[in-house]
Design a protein around this ligand. Sequence first.
Ligand SMILES: CC(C)(COP(=O)(O)OP(=O)(O)OC[C@H]1O[C@@H](n2cnc3c(N)ncnc32)[C@H](O)[C@@H]1OP(=O)(O)O)[C@@H](O)C(=O)NCCC(=O)NCCS
Length: 218
Amino acid sequence: MTTVGDLFPLLSLRVQAGPLELRGMLDEDLVTLAGLVEDGIHDPDEMPFFFPWTQAPKGELARNFLQYHWRTRAEFSTDSWVMNLGVWHDGVLVGVQGFDTNNYLVTRTGETGSWLGQRYQGRGIGTAMRQAICAFVFDHLDAVEITSGAFQDNPASLAVSRKVGYRQNGLRRLKRREGEVAINQQLVLSPEDLVRGEHELKVDGVPAFRRSIGLDGA
Ligand SMILES: CC(C)(COP(=O)(O)OP(=O)(O)OC[C@H]1O[C@@H](n2cnc3c(N)ncnc32)[C@H](O)[C@@H]1OP(=O)(O)O)[C@@H](O)C(=O)NCCC(=O)NCCS
């Protein structure tokens, strides 16, 4: 029987690193994640994201979350794609690790972004999932550079980037919430600087995913 992942290869993609698994998300996974989002992924007075999507009221937040993920699927093309993978740790769905890019066939670069349910933070999972996505993108998708960014008042995200080997790459003054400016630290990672995790990657579904992003002469 044909599955949705046969038709849309992102959903069949799987990257394993020891107890960690990153994989394409089905709708039931999005529902679980929407519950984590509504339970909170940061303190209410903080805002770690460029676009302050977590400040929407409950109910609306879950629906916006689903719509964002459906939009990234609907708008997926070789010119512009987002690889959002669910993060399972010891079989429990704990958050999302993303890689977002435009004109990848020419630029071979893209931006990582991630979050974990608050109760799963501070145990090393954020570092392990970033190491896994970066190793995957360099080793299996032919990237030459990966970028990221974090507000200066987000020490956990900045610590993860530093531990994984990203270099600082300038500051930007951004509008964060309404009427609020915040300083964003830009970051860049080269393949030779990547600090790899302790587990070898095991991957599944890569040839079809590569074709779907235009590598290997789609
Ligand atoms: C950012 C995030 C993904 C990191 O995941 P995590 O599992 O919490 O991170 P880890 O446990 O692997 O590592 C966190 C590091 O930050 C450090 N850290 C956390 N809070 C800190 C603080 N207040 N001051 C200094 N360092 C801090 C920890 O000490 C740890 O470093 P260490 O292992 O060297 O001690 C997670 O915290 C999260 O989802 N935050 C909310 C959403 C978010 O900020 N997303 C990123 C947007 S740019």
